[in-house]
Design a protein around this ligand. Structure first.
Ligand code: 5GP
Ligand code: MG
Length: 178
């Protein structure tokens, strides 16, 4: 792995494809054990979580459903602070065991705003699986139940995460060089 250029910025290798895949397998195993006979519904937050969700879902060997929603709160390398629901949730949540799948918990604003909407629909249970977690950046009290990697408060991209729409296709994760 080597340094990459995306638009005007330089990014350095941070998490390899192998490390990511091992971690996704580990989370999948935990979910398979924790949700045996509960038939969870995975709710994937687009766009960033799509790659993590696809890899994670393939490791699931119990009965499970998956659905997708789109919330937007990010432009460039800074959170805009406003959460907009772009694609709504048409799935029935009531009495289901919900696992939210996120790429990263940064300020926590996205889920802090969105979770009450889900709780209103009375799920049987609600947990969060996030590939990345930046505790130093978290403003709202959101802590994922399943965490892939706890990382410092630096901008990252790749494996679904973008910089102005680019670099989601990378199989590894890179960190902004400061
Ligand atoms: P929040 O600040 O609400 O916790 O995170 C909002 C969203 O911003 C995340 O789901 C993710 O899509 C995006 N985001 C947060 N931190 C980063 C980052 O370091 N890199 C990239 N590419 N996106 C991020
Ligand atoms: Mg996201």
């Amino acid at each position: 792995m080597h340094t990459i250029q995306v638009k005007n910025k330089t990014f350095i290798p941070y998490l390899s494809e192998k490390e990511i895949q091992e971690t996704v397998n580990r989370i999948g195993k935990e979910i398979n054990t924790d949700y045996k006979n509960l038939q969870p519904l995975f709710i994937v937050i687009l766009n960033g979580a799509f790659m993590f969700a696809a890899d994670l879902f393939k490791t699931i060997n119990i009965d499970a459903e998956i659905s997708f929603i789109k919330l937007i709160s990010y432009k460039g390398t800074r959170s805009t602070g406003n959460v907009i629901t772009a694609i709504g949730l048409d799935e029935l949540i009531k009495n289901k065991h919900i696992i939210i799948v996120e790429d990263i918990i940064d300020t926590g604003n996205t889920l802090h705003t969105f979770l009450p909407q889900l709780i209103d629909q009375q799920p049987a249970s609600l947990k969060i699986a996030s590939l990345l977690y930046k505790p130093e950046a978290t403003i709202y009290p959101i802590k994922p139940d399943y965490i892939g990697f706890t990382i410092p408060n630096k901008f990252v991209l790749g494996y679904g995460l973008d910089y102005d729409g680019l670099a989601r296709n990378l199989s590894a994760i890179y960190q902004l060089q400061e």
